[in-house]
Design a protein around this ligand. Structure first.
Ligand code: NAD
Length: 344
């Protein structure tokens, strides 16, 4: 049995608790929150131990894994302390809000030999797994360009729910909070980005960070990309999509939350073959919840002493792109990313 503790008992914590409940060799043993009544549900529903002080949670020898679900700006400090207490870590996206903080988390986990997984659950959506397979197969040939779009609605009352939302120091805007999922998918398919040019604005919401951000990217493999992200779209979520245009194929995964295969035309694949897996996916387009997949994977990673499916470095790569886009928008200049990628 692997014992989990959740720190930060707000909206997303429920998904973690529900996922842990579904896994036979996992148990939600404790929760921690600075606001005591936020923990009531978990004490009543799961019989979880409750801790107001993180130090006391860290001293609990029963806990194997800590799931960090606090506002994003607090992830790093909590993760470093958890690693030093020899707890494995599952951290919500974004891994942290700066590269320095991210490096500290990764280093602390390495030095203390604990596993680190970042919650990018959309990688486990059935359509995305099919897309990853075909990209990896090389059947698409050379990729010309991609498009990553998030046209969503987060109204003012969403931002007014809690003081940390939409702030630069604890949250970030549409790119850091919402679109980072789609950027992670884009990077997972395409590999690293070499250069970005971005513009951002705060148009319709009363927040410090951006509510709309657009960008152009050049990947290390030479392909180009167009990014459009917004939480200003009237009146509800309209589209999240990832499109790939390649020598031998055109694919678009779309719908309001990037779960449907809207277009799949790949040289050498016949219509019946495509229709078969498209209709299979349509029966259950979300598939098994991504949070559950990542928590199950953490258990296997601990048992097999291997890296989790989505590592700290993966989390860092998505953050690096967000920060590069912020830098470019701020300076009104293209921004070059420094890491080297092997071109594909
Ligand atoms: N993966 C996803 O799809 C997804 C979806 C939503 C949110 N998130 C991420 O999850 C995190 C939390 O988002 P949310 O919507 O649940 O926020 P929330 O405001 O609903 O909940 C945050 C909780 O953390 C508690 N908290 C604050 N500081 C704390 C501290 N120092 N120690 C312990 N508890 C503390 C608060 O009291 C609150 O209960 C954010 O990083 C967000 O980006 C991820």
């Amino acid at each position: 049995m692997i014992h989990f503790a959740i720190v930060g008992c707000g909206h997303i914590a429920k998904k973690h608790a529900e996922a842990i409940e579904q896994i036979p060799d996992a148990k939600l043993t404790a929760v921690c929150d600075t606001v005591p009544f936020h923990m009531d549900y978990y004490r009543d529903r799961y019989n979880a131990e409750t801790y107001i002080h993180f130090n006391e949670l860290l001293d609990d020898p029963a806990i194997d894994v800590i799931n960090i679900c606090t506002p994003s700006g607090f992830h790093a400090a909590l993760a470093v302390r958890a690693a030093k207490a020899k707890k494995h870590i599952i951290v919500e996206k974004p891994i942290a809000l700066s590269l320095e903080d991210t490096d500290q988390i990764i280093r602390a986990c390495e030095e203390n030999s604990v596993k680190l997984a970042v919650i990018h659950p959309n990688r486990f959506r059935p359509a995305m797994m099919e897309l990853k397979k075909i990209v990896e197969s090389g059947k698409l040939g050379k990729i010309s360009h991609v498009n990553a779009t998030v046209r969503w609605n987060r109204n003012q009352s969403y931002y007014d729910q809690a003081p940390w939302r939409g702030t630069k120091s604890l949250d970030g805007g549409v790119l850091m909070n919402q679109a980072i999922h789609n950027l992670d998918l884009m990077l997972w398919m395409m590999g690293g980005v070499q250069e970005v040019f971005s513009m951002s604005a705060t148009r319709l919401r009363n927040i410090e960070a951006e509510d709309v951000c657009t960008g152009l990217v050049k990947f290390a493999n030479g392909a180009l990309g167009v990014i459009e992200t917004a939480t200003t779209v009237y009146p509800r979520n309209f589209e999240e999509s990832l499109s790939i245009f390649a020598e031998n194929g055109t694919i678009k995964i779309g719908g309001p939350s990037a779960i449907h295969i809207e277009h799949w035309d790949v040289k050498g694949m016949n219509r019946e073959e495509v229709d078969r897996f498209v209709s299979q996916i349509e029966k259950d387009p979300y598939g098994k919840p991504g949070h559950q997949c990542l928590i199950e994977d953490m258990i296997q990673a601990i048992k097999e002493d291997r890296q989790p499916a989505v590592t700290g470095t993966d989390g860092k790569r998505a953050l690096e792109l967000v920060l590069a886009m912020y830098k470019s928008a701020e300076t009104n200049q293209p921004f070059k990313l420094t890491y080297e990628e092997v071109p594909r």
